[in-house]
Design a binder for this molecule. Structure first.
Ligand SMILES: Nc1nc2c(ncn2[C@@H]2O[C@H](COP(=O)(O)OP(=O)(O)OP(=O)(O)O)[C@@H](O)[C@H]2O)c(=O)[nH]1
Ligand SMILES: [Mg+2]
Length: 380
């Protein structure tokens, strides 16, 4: 995998921080840059020192609610079977390491949803391999990986049978991000579900928490618990207004845009994401996103001007009123290895670029606090 490094910018003015030239923009004393731990710490250029607040917060991974963690401790304590539902489009960034550490102790079946958004030329095996890789990366070897989409012909009865055997009479906890497709899956299962137990299906606060959980009895002593979705706080979807969400969530097929970036070029995805080839040979990239996202190639040093102008003119959608100045973005830099393999850099909820890694440096600017992830490509 490529190496990621935060590009340090002054929080206040957005200038790239440097400690070489005192009179130039972004100057900061060397020891401040050197001792920066990234841990809740804030950096300002000397000039903006008086206005100290905020940070380059790039989360890289999703946050999980404390109450939810408590519930999942129960899952671990009872050796429950986990069904982890993930949205194949907005997947990167959704595995929280703390959560993964817990789930590692259990049997985990993975379901990748939204298959219908991908071309039918893409094989299920390709998507299955990608999900296996991402889970194995955090120490989870999935018990099974299933790909689902609207209008597929997956045999749900067979799937339920498979899980029923695999769970070995233990409870099932159905987990996943908000909007990943948990309820859609349950609804598909309900068509064939027959409650022969003494318990009703109910939704109530999980014991000792104020988290609403639906429990569906499987036998007189075991249940499926459908947990609320994990927060979209690290997804661009969770950071923008409703009308912008409509543009970035794909409804039909995912669009693929082809562009070649030369050194100093940036690809703008509306006002929500910028991918810059900072160094390296011209690179052919594909950008995958919803049909509502417009893209444009521009000179990287014109990005700040462009942001300002696009706020006014809205010539490249989507534009969010919540993300209007440099301060509203995080800024990261990937130094890619030179392995000749196809890699993705993905901004959760917005889309991803895909390209052959040849030692390039790629800078990504994206809404502050969204999750960013680099990995071997999803579609390869
Ligand atoms: N195209 C497509 N849309 C899907 C698929 N699965 C779910 N959706 C849609 O995605 C949205 C969210 O689905 P839900 O099933 O409500 O997701 P959830 O995981 O229960 O979400 P929360 O209850 O918020 O945690 C809905 O608009 C669904 O119609 C799928 O496979 N393909
Ligand atoms: Mg739901």
């Amino acid at each position: 995998m490529g190496k990621v490094r935060r590009v340090m910018r002054c929080y206040n003015c957005g200038a790239v921080l440097q400690s070489k030239k005192k009179n130039e923009s972004g100057y900061i004393p060397e020891e401040l840059l050197e001792n920066y731990t990234g841990d809740g710490q804030v950096l300002y250029c000397q000039k903006c020192f008086d206005f100290m607040k905020g940070i380059n917060t790039g989360a890289l991974e999703q946050n999980i609610d404390k109450a939810m963690i408590k519930i999942l401790d129960d899952a671990v304590a009872t050796d429950a079977y986990i069904i982890w539902v993930v949205d194949l489009f907005a997947f990167n960034g959704t595995i929280n390491p703390e959560l993964a550490k817990k789930m590692k102790k259990l049997k985990v079946a993975v379901i990748g949803t939204h298959r219908d958004l991908f071309s039918s030329l893409i094989k299920d095996e390709t998507l299955i391999r990608f999900l296996n890789e991402r889970f194995e990366e955090v120490g989870i070897v999935p018990d099974s990986v299933t790909i689902l989409g609207n209008e597929d012909n997956v045999d749900i009865v067979e799937l339920m049978k498979k899980y029923n055997e695999a769970r070995k009479a233990h409870d099932i906890y159905l987990i996943g991000s908000k909007m990943s497709g948990k309820t859609s899956l349950i609804n598909r299962m309900f068509k064939y579900y027959n409650n022969k137990t003494k318990w009703p299906i109910k939704t109530e606060n999980y014991r000792g928490t104020n988290v609403k959980v639906m429990s569906i009895p499987l036998s007189n002593s075991s249940f499926i618990y459908e947990l609320p979705g994990f927060s979209l706080a690290t997804s661009v979807v969770g950071k923008v207004e409703k009308d912008v969400q409509k543009l970035i969530i794909p409804r039909r097929k995912i669009e693929t845009h082809y562009r070649t970036l030369a050194k100093g070029d940036a690809l703008a995805a509306g006002s929500l994401g910028y991918f810059e080839l900072f160094s390296g040979k011209p690179t052919a990239i594909k950008f995958y996103c919803a049909e509502g996202v417009e893209i444009k190639k521009l000179a990287a040093d014109k990005v700040s001007e462009f942001i300002e102008e696009n706020n006014r003119k809205r010539s490249l959608r989507p534009v969010s009123e919540r993300i209007t100045s440099f301060r509203d973005y995080d800024f990261f830099e990937y130094t890619m290895e030179n392995d000749g393999q196809v890699h993705d850099i993905s901004v959760e909820g917005l889309g991803w670029i895909s390209f052959v890694a040849k030692g390039q440096i790629i800078r990504v600017m994206f809404p502050k606090g969204a999750a960013l992830k680099e990995s071997l490509a999803k579609l390869r």
